[in-house]
Design a protein around this ligand. Structure first.
Ligand code: B16
Ligand code: MG
Length: 214
């Protein structure tokens, strides 16, 4: 029986993945760097500085550490501006119903997002109080696909990793969940998330399936 549910944020609870994309796109065009949806796929679930490193690598470029910090910070300013206007209307379809159902089943809930902006987004969505724990991304040493963030989440809700189900929209996140020994539910494209135990287009109608696991 599963006792814990761990949620990724961007692309699972709300569509901030599109804002991350737009913020990187803006920075890339300012720097004359190539950036498209395909490169963006590699950034999902990946931390800020590492994301910039991937964009630079794709462009055959390298910046000094100082420059990287400077530009990653600039991208964050664009992103922070975009997430200011997030409201409960931006919660993705099926999420509210799923969380209410899991709560009724007595399942512990956590958020494991690589984003340092996760608490702001959760507050703007007015759902932060639904979760028993929100992992502080700033305290995680190794990002996804390392399992650390999910193991920390499980520990903080007092549930063993194998008793958890994780919800992720990124390939890096699915790998992290599998390495943590959790059941991995992918949200999005079957091809991109082929290592997931189960892939759904979105979270509407997922509760009857989950009844098999909880
Ligand atoms: P920030 P998730 C991740 O969030 C995003 O998918 C990724 O695109 C972003 O670079 C990362 O958070 C860091 O975000 O710059 O706000 O700290 O999908 O793990 O919820
Ligand atoms: Mg995500």
């Amino acid at each position: 029986r599963r006792k814990g549910a761990i949620f990724d944020l961007d692309g699972v609870i709300t569509d901030t993945a599109k804002y991350h994309y737009l913020a990187w796109k803006r920075l890339a065009s300012e720097l004359g760097l190539y950036f498209d949806e395909k490169i963006n796929e590699r950034l999902k679930g990946i931390g800020r500085l590492e994301s910039l490193e991937i964009i630079l690598e794709e462009n055959g470029q390298n910046f000094s550490h100082q420059e990287k910090e400077y530009y990653a910070n600039r991208k964050n300013q664009y992103y922070v501006e975009m997430i200011k206007n997030i409201t409960p209307k931006d919660i993705l379809p099926g999420v509210t119903n799923l969380i209410a159902t899991l709560k009724a089943w007595g399942v512990k809930l956590a958020v494991a997002s690589a984003s340092k902006n996760a608490p702001t987004v959760l507050k703007n969505l007015r759902i932060i109080e639904w979760f028993d724990h929100v992992v502080d991304a700033g305290r995680i040493k190794k990002g996804k696909p390392d399992p650390e963030i999910f193991l920390v989440a499980a520990q903080n809700i007092g549930v063993k990793p194998w008793e958890c189900v994780g919800f992720e929209d990124s390939a890096a996140g699915i790998e992290a969940l599998k390495r943590a020994g959790m059941l991995a539910v992918g949200i999005g494209d079957k091809e991109a998330l082929k290592d997931a135990d189960l892939v759904v287009k979105d979270l509407t109608f997922i509760t009857p399936i989950l009844e098999l696991f909880f």
